[in-house]
Unconditional design. Structure first.
Length: 277
């Protein structure tokens, strides 16, 4: 489904939510209190600015007595979007965030990936997939990365563990060009990248990917990912603890200039490997 069609479908979700809420004689604030979100969130759902999570869609059905209508519609819209179900809501929140802070322990994050690097990542997980399917996945990832080109792009902090610079994803040429892409974004001042070197040793949240997102009109949210699963966390105490862990990792990471030098050195190492193969 094209991006425009998906947006129109979510606008239909929002318009139906507004129509059925008003028919029930319930205000946005009243409905929000029944489904455990703010009235402002309900307004954003109705305007297709924000998309509800699955459990919220289920509670809307209960509150409005709509016999599973919003649950079924949610499932259909999520199935037709270009991201895995567990990541779909996080991808939507990326577009709304004013600041994103991410720690990548082993793999270059999707927002920084080149098409050829992304292709190798997807092929590793889908070795029997058709070329068409892989290219759809790559296109979806590149579409996400466009937020870094927008004038209203979020402040994007990334901490890369040195492991992500060294693990060969694809051939050495692909790795060299991927790292060149990161340093180019750094020079263009579109991203803030720091490297946590091997020498830093043990660190908080060992081996765990995390992404903290901040918004103008909503509390901060954390996205973490496991094996074929992802979790969005917005409980204030949990977010605060993860922010503290992120700050400790950032404190142990190299400075911007030292990080760029290490990324450039790693790119040269991959280039040397490419020239000898």
């Amino acid at each position: 489904m094209a991006n425009g069609s998906r947006l129109a479908a979510w606008e239909f979700f929002g318009s139906e939510l507004k129509r059925r809420r008003e028919n029930a004689g319930i205000t946005q604030v009243e409905l929000g209190s029944r489904v455990f979100v703010s009235g402002g969130y309900i307004g954003q759902f109705e305007q297709a600015i924000r998309k509800p999570q699955f459990d919220v869609a289920q509670r809307i059905d209960e509150a409005l007595q709509t016999d599973g209508f919003f649950e079924r519609l949610w499932k259909r819209l999520i199935k037709e979007q270009p991201y895995t179900e567990y990541f779909a809501h996080a991808a939507e929140l990326e577009r709304l965030a004013t600041e994103i802070c991410q720690f990548a322990p082993t793999v270059v994050p999707g927002l920084l990936q080149t098409p050829e690097y992304a292709r190798e990542v997807f092929l590793a997980s889908n070795p029997l997939a058709t070329d068409e399917y892989i290219e759809e996945l790559v296109a979806g990832r590149m579409d996400r990365a466009r937020i870094l080109k927008d004038a209203t792009r979020p402040v994007y902090w990334v901490i890369l563990h040195e492991t992500a610079l060294r693990i060969p994803v694809g051939d050495p040429g692909i790795m060299a060009r991927q790292l060149d892409h990161i340093t180019a974004l750094m020079r263009e001042r579109k991203v803030l990248v720091h490297v946590l070197p091997f020498a830093a040793g043990a660190h908080p949240e060992m081996g765990k990917m995390m992404m903290l997102m901040k918004f103008d009109d909503a509390p901060p949210t954390v996205y973490t990912e496991g094996v074929r699963s992802g979790s969005l966390l917005d409980e204030p105490a949990v977010v605060q603890r993860i922010q503290a862990s992120y700050d400790l990792i950032r404190g142990a990471a190299l400075s911007r200039d030292a990080s760029m030098a290490l990324i450039e050195s790693a790119a040269e190492d991959h280039r040397r490997c490419a020239s000898t193969t």
